[in-house]
Design a protein around this ligand. Structure first.
Ligand code: G3I
Ligand code: 9MR
Ligand code: ZN
Ligand code: CA
Length: 538
């Protein structure tokens, strides 16, 4: 293929009744061809040019919205073909299953058997007790949960963000999870997504220091193991890093959420989660002063540091109030709502958006009208901003130049998730429409032409920074994993060497050593599950 001429499409597909646009780097007539017969079924011409700043190229939009016949197609233009894609109903169902099943593959502490894991089966890992870093005489059960990412660490704030998205997805879109996911608990009554989340929640309970109610920030070896190390071969000592306020507050928040979600299906667990949330809250009350987390000197694994913990406390107050209706949580929430920090983001370090979303979903008799109105207007302003950004962008997404950071695909998906949450709060087709455009970018309609989800798309990423995929001698990577995406900061040596001078949206390399552009994590998969859920069955 001519390097200059690329036709970028959503490589998974387009919903029958939706706006369907591809991007080309060349203008002129284009054809939609039936994949099997190669016959032209539609011919139109491009619109544009559009100067796309973040990919530093001139692009053209190929609109084939009127194609509604179900099938598998390719676009062609002056002898160049796009990756294949389908048009139909429920085109994202397999993707939804894959993104959700990914959490099973992230599981730690149990055999992943061939029955459920197929060729990606491996033995149980990290079953040993962990040592409390500052009190080595204490060794505690630490097993279970999901590995964080391409590494085998387990980190509290990361877990809380992933769980928040999944439990919200399940509340917003129960219909999207009506299938057996192919996990060991599938025979139980609960939806499999709740089985999967429970595996993580029950591990997360072990991160709470039963002596104080505080929550350990992370559980990892001192250093990252090599890339070609299977999880069960990673036998170094595990350490509980010190308790932090961000870990304790996000723990309180997610346990309060879980106590609501599981109340209907597993009352015993629901009670345990609530009790754990209360204990964590008490710790927060006793530790009101900000003290950010820093890795102990010998520990070099992910830090997940944070310059601000009021957003975490705010989220915890919102969830505990929503669950218990106790006035003391409302008081704290209102007090924090009056302070100046980010209340609309949905990241692992900026969780204010989760708190605001929950408060905005409360019945009016439970809220303070002035605070409610203020928060709602801040929320709606951001939603309008995201819509405006998308309208101005050649790829029809809300990312700005500064958003191409480590894990830019999370920024993308969080913003799509934000639009869909807004659609619940104040329904409007435009929020759905622009959220879907973000999904098109993730699945291949972007400046690199990669689908950023392993196993989904003709040109999907393959060489992810993911230890099991690097070490297992299986050709294909573990499927259903969302890659981090372009990082203009080129924060790893591989990217720094190979991507010098690349425009922001092209600072990506499908290379297993590029951990800053091509790693995978639970909290990049989780907003993808949320977003895709919206279109299951459509
Ligand atoms: O927030 C600032 C922003 O204000 C600034 O404009 C921008 C410019 O680079 O940087 C932003 O900070 C970034 C920060 O993430 C917040 O998103 C940093 O540059 C970036 O280096 C930092 O990256 C984090 C990375 O760890 C390094 O600490 C990623 O978010 C985080 O996802 C990643 O997490 C790792 C774990 O440590 C270990 N396990 C794997 C996992 C995924 O790679
Ligand atoms: O594999 C590690 C990855 O999970 C982290 O996100 C990343 C940044 O903390 O670090 C990776 O480990 C690298 C280490 O930082 C430096 N030596 C090479 C390691 C990758 O093989
Ligand atoms: Zn493990
Ligand atoms: Ca924070």
């Amino acid at each position: 293929m001519d390097e200059q001429h690329m036709i970028q499409v959503n490589q998974v597909g387009y919903v029958k009744k939706s706006i369907k646009v591809a991007i080309s780097t060349v203008p002129g007539p284009f054809q939609v061809r039936d994949r099997k017969t190669n016959l032209v079924v539609l011919e139109r011409t491009s619109s544009g040019p559009i100067e796309d700043q973040d990919s530093n190229q001139t692009i053209y939009q190929l609109d084939f919205t009127e194609m509604e016949a179900e099938g598998t197609y390719q676009l062609s233009q002056s002898g160049v073909a796009s990756p294949a894609f389908t048009i139909g109903t429920n085109v994202y169902q397999p993707l939804h299953k894959g993104l959700t099943k990914a959490f099973y593959y992230f599981r730690c502490g149990m055999d992943l058997t061939e029955q459920y894991a197929g060729k990606w089966a491996h033995k149980a890992c990290h079953l040993q007790e962990g040592t409390v870093y500052h009190d080595p005489s204490r060794r505690l059960d630490s097993s279970g949960g999901w590995h964080d990412a391409g590494d085998y660490g387990k980190y509290t704030v990361a877990a809380a963000k992933a769980l928040a998205d999944l439990l919200l997805a399940c509340q917003y879109y129960p219909g999207a999870f009506q299938y057996k996911a192919g996990i060991p608990e599938s025979e139980q009554q609960m939806p499999d997504i709740l089985n999967e989340c429970q595996y993580e929640l029950d591990w997360l309970l072990k991160m709470q220091d039963k002596e104080t109610g505080g929550v350990f920030h992370k559980l990892t070896t001192k250093n990252f193991p090599g890339l070609a190390v299977m999880p069960e071969e990673d036998q170094a000592e595990l350490y509980f890093s010190p308790v932090s306020a961000t870990a304790t507050a996000t723990f309180a928040a997610i346990m309060a959420v879980a106590s609501r979600v599981y109340k209907e299906v597993d009352e015993d667990h629901a009670e345990k989660y609530l009790e754990a949330a209360h204990d964590a809250w008490n710790w927060l009350e006793q530790h009101p002063v900000f003290a950010g987390f820093k890795n102990p000197s010998e520990i070099t694994t992910g830090e997940y540091g944070d310059k601000e913990d009021r957003d975490e406390r705010y989220w915890a107050a919102a969830e505990l109030y929503c669950t218990t209706k106790e006035a003391k949580y409302h008081r704290k929430f209102c007090e924090l709502a009056g302070e100046n920090f980010d209340k609309i983001s949905l990241g692992w370090a900026d969780v204010g958006g989760y708190g605001t979303r929950t408060y905005l979903s409360l019945p009016s008799e439970m809220t303070d009208p002035a605070i409610y109105q203020e928060l709602k207007s801040v929320w709606m302003e951001k939603a309008e901003q995201l819509v405006d950004n998308s309208k101005e962008n050649g790829y029809v997404i809300s990312l700005k130049t500064a958003d191409y950071i480590w894990g830019s695909n999370m920024v993308l998906l969080n913003q799509a998730m934000f639009l869909l949450m807004t659609n619940r709060l104040a329904p409007d087709k435009k929020y759905e429409r622009y959220a879907l455009e973000h999904l098109h970018y993730l699945l291949g309609r972007n400046a690199t032409n990669y689908s950023y989800v392993t196993g989904f798309g003709e040109n999907a990423v393959r060489n992810i920074h993911h230890r099991p995929s690097a070490a297992d001698n299986v050709e294909e990577p573990v499927p259903g994993l969302v890659s981090g995406g372009p990082d203009r900061g080129l924060h790893d040596p591989c990217a720094a060497e190979k991507l010098q001078g690349c425009p922001p949206a092209k600072c990506f390399i499908d290379h297993q050593e590029s951990y800053a552009t091509n790693e995978v994590t639970i909290y990049w998969n989780s907003p993808a599950v949320f977003v895709v859920s919206h279109w299951v069955g459509k």
